[in-house]
Design a protein around this ligand. Structure first.
Ligand SMILES: Cc1cc2nc3c(=O)[nH]c(=O)nc-3n(C[C@H](O)[C@H](O)[C@H](O)COP(=O)(O)O)c2cc1C
Length: 437
């Protein structure tokens, strides 16, 4: 950090110390050494070989920045030597120093900064700079990729936030909740309503809003998904001028102890404001169940009077991101009814330990998530067989060579951070959960 800040400062001062005319840098300071040459003092004897010039013998090559040979045999032409700390003009016949200009500290620092910024100070540094640049490009790309994934299939807002009567705000990590929100948005727009849909973190002033619909998933251990982390601060920042009726739909999974916890937290936040009026209690949707969502929609339309139907596309299983995997081996359930199953897929090579594999035992919305242990190129799942268990029963019926379709769910929350001051691991029923600061 300190290096970056300091070098940017020096680079800035370097830039402000020079003017660019037609691409040729003209340095305001220091003055050129050639301006200090006294031509009446130039001699042509004693004649020396270049290798005999004392000044060159005493100058280590490492301090040399630039050497310019004389243009002609005229005594007025000289060797121009630019070192790290000064510039010299050297008589081409005798090797005498005709003029010398010491660089100011600011100029040297600016020069140093330029070399570091442009990677000119050595091969290793140039390689580090190249790698750093590649990393920056990678982060720009991955940032866009994550945003695009979340936005894929989303409608573009027809109305601005300030004009909309209905505001739909969505909290989502992997885009699933957006599919539900988008289907509602499209229907309302078709019915001529002024609707605005956005991320929960984009909560702002909504001067014409009458209805606020919040649809949000829960992640981590009852936490907000990444596009909803700023919500609490935003609610503090933007107090609405008029009363707004709100309804919250929590998307989650009952296999987590804090089922839809973040949706309930948002309700508490809103209830603490003067302007937000709850239209109905928080509704929850387990495992993206269309039936649960339909229950909310029925109640919301009844309360608001909007003419809405359950969108058909939410009833069909979403097959867009499914990839084929084949079973390479498996064990039989042990005395505790646990077994291991190994899967392989060229398309899921990028999965890492801790990511999740979503399986769809009945080819419908019902999704079961299993934590992946990466072993070589294969993904290993550790499964506890439950009596009548939908996911575990399905996996237990698979044999070596069978193929199934799955979805990879990246689990950023589980990945070990590059820098952690402290980490601890605590066991729950079947897995070790990490936590770090
Ligand atoms: C790593 C991880 C953690 C989760 N934690 C919870 C949780 O604490 N409570 C919950 O109800 N659901 C939890 N879920 C389930 C998601 O909220 C649920 O699958 C939701 O539909 C995902 O919606 P999205 O695709 O819009 O992010 C978790 C899912 C994952 C992958």
């Amino acid at each position: 950090m300190w290096y970056s800040a300091a070098s940017h400062f020096f680079y800035f001062s370097y830039c402000t110390h020079r003017n660019l005319h037609g691409g040729i840098p003209v340095y305001a300071a220091p003055a050129k050494a050639s301006a200090l040459i006294d031509e009446s003092q130039i001699k042509e004897e004693p004649l020396k070989e270049l290798a005999e010039f004392a000044v060159l013998q005493q100058t280590p090559l490492s301090s040399l920045q630039k050497l310019q040979y004389p243009f002609s045999d005229f005594p007025e032409d000289y060797y121009n030597v630019q070192l790290k700390d000064r510039e010299l003009c050297i008589n081409q016949f005798t090797g005498d120093i005709l003029a010398q200009q010491d660089y100011t500290t600011t100029y040297q620092l600016a020069n140093f900064s330029l070399r570091w910024h442009t990677g000119r100070s050595g091969t290793i540094w140039a390689l580090i700079m190249a790698l750093a640049s590649a990393y920056i490009l990678f982060f720009i790309y991955s940032g866009f990729a994550i945003t695009l994934k979340r936005r894929r299939g989303r409608s573009k807002n027809k109305f601005k936030a300030k004009d909309a009567r209905i505001i739909i705000l969505v909290g989502s990590e992997n885009g699933g909740t957006f599919k539900f929100a988008d289907a509602i948005y499209t229907q309302l727009i078709k019915h001529g309503e002024k609707v605005f849909l956005s991320d929960l973190s984009n909560f702002a002033a909504f001067p014409n809003a009458e209805h606020l619909v919040i649809m949000t998933s829960t992640y981590g251990q009852g936490d907000a998904p990444s596009n909803a982390k700023k919500l609490a601060d935003r609610i503090q920042q933007y107090s609405q001028k008029q009363d707004i009726q709100f309804s919250i739909v929590g998307f989650g999974s009952r296999s987590y102890r804090q089922f839809c916890q973040f949706a309930f937290d948002v309700a508490t936040l809103l209830q603490s404001t003067k302007w937000a009026k709850a239209l109905m209690p928080v509704f929850t949707v387990n495992d993206k169940s269309p039936q649960d969502f339909s229950d909310w929609l029925t109640e919301w339309t009844r309360q608001t009077g909007f003419n809405m139907m359950m969108p058909r596309k939410l009833l069909e299983p979403d097959t867009t991101e499914l990839k084929k995997v084949s079973v390479t081996s498996r064990t039989v359930p042990d005395e505790e009814s646990s077994f291991m199953i190994r899967l392989k897929s060229l398309k899921l090579r990028h999965a890492v330990s801790g990511d999740l594999l979503a399986i769809y035992p009945k080819n419908d919305h019902r999704e079961r998530l299993y934590s992946i242990g990466k072993i070589g190129k294969e993904m290993q799942l550790s499964v506890k067989l439950h009596e009548h268990g939908l996911g575990s029963g399905f996996l237990n019926n698979l044999q070596q060579g069978d193929q199934i379709k799955v979805k990879l769910v990246k689990n950023q929350h589980f990945r070990f951070p590059k820098r952690a001051k402290k980490s601890s691991w605590y066991p729950t029923e079947r897995v070790l959960h990490p936590s770090w600061e």
